[in-house]
Design a protein around this ligand. Structure first.
Ligand code: SF4
Length: 222
């Protein structure tokens, strides 16, 4: 149910599940004092938010590109999972993999400015990093804690201690810290064709090791 539709039908209470920038959109509405009716509705009806861990998302054209790389019709791609590499499941259940470095060229440039890996403004952050069949879960607010405990008490969830999965914690810390190195401003990322001409397609490295990296004398003045 789209939020706009839920608002028109005054449907609530709702939980919102989204990547961190989508959760931020909800929080901005909840804290805005510009359109009071909308803000009031968001505050009253969106009672829980889940932030899905996110390093970047990809453009629509990336699906076409993936099809080319694996030499399959893009329409046959059923599922794409990213776990250090891109794991593609086709509708005939065949699984193919592609290097993340290659696929990252089709990341949305807007993600370059994003500093939030772990859904920092959500009530609960969650993702599958480094885990097989389990979800790494971070309870971030009192409301998130209450919801999680209620689900646990009702038998909807099974838990294991974090200490069982040191790799998950390592990745969480690393990926969160990596994201903080992104540059939120200025939004001057050249478009895909321009970066192609510059020979620097990956938006993740454009401002770190690519042509947009600060020159030595710029760093000295910061
Ligand atoms: S990396 Fe991109 S898709 Fe993910 S939260 Fe940030 S802006 Fe949104």
């Amino acid at each position: 149910l789209a939020l706009q539709e839920a608002m028109q039908e005054d449907f609530g209470p709702l939980a919102v599940v989204g990547v961190p920038c989508q959760v931020d959109g909800v929080r901005l509405q909840q804290n805005s004092s510009i359109r009071l009716q909308v803000s009031d509705w968001y505050r009253k009806n969106i009672t829980l938010t889940f932030g899905l861990f996110c390093s970047e998302s990809f453009t629509n054209e990336s699906i076409e590109k993936l099809g080319e790389i694996i030499e399959e019709d893009p329409a046959t791609i059923e599922n794409i999972n990213i776990k250090g590499k891109v794991i593609i499941r086709l509708d005939n259940k065949e699984v193919k993999t592609v290097s993340l470095k290659t696929y990252r060229e089709w990341a949305r440039p807007a993600c370059l400015y994003c500093l939030d890996y772990g859904g920092e403004n959500a009530d609960i952050g969650a993702g599958g990093i480094g885990l097989d069949g389990w979800t790494y879960t971070l309870i971030r607010t009192k409301r998130g804690h209450e919801a999680f405990q209620a689900a646990l008490a009702d038998g909807w969830l099974e838990t294991r201690p974090l200490s069982d999965e040191p790799r998950g914690e390592f990745l969480m810390n690393k990926l969160s810290a990596d994201k903080k190195k992104n540059r939120p401003l200025p939004p001057l990322m050249p478009d895909f064709e321009t970066r192609k001409a510059m020979g620097s397609l990956c938006p993740k490295t454009f401002y770190t090791t690519g042509p947009g990296a600060p020159k030595a004398d710029e760093e000295d003045t910061e």
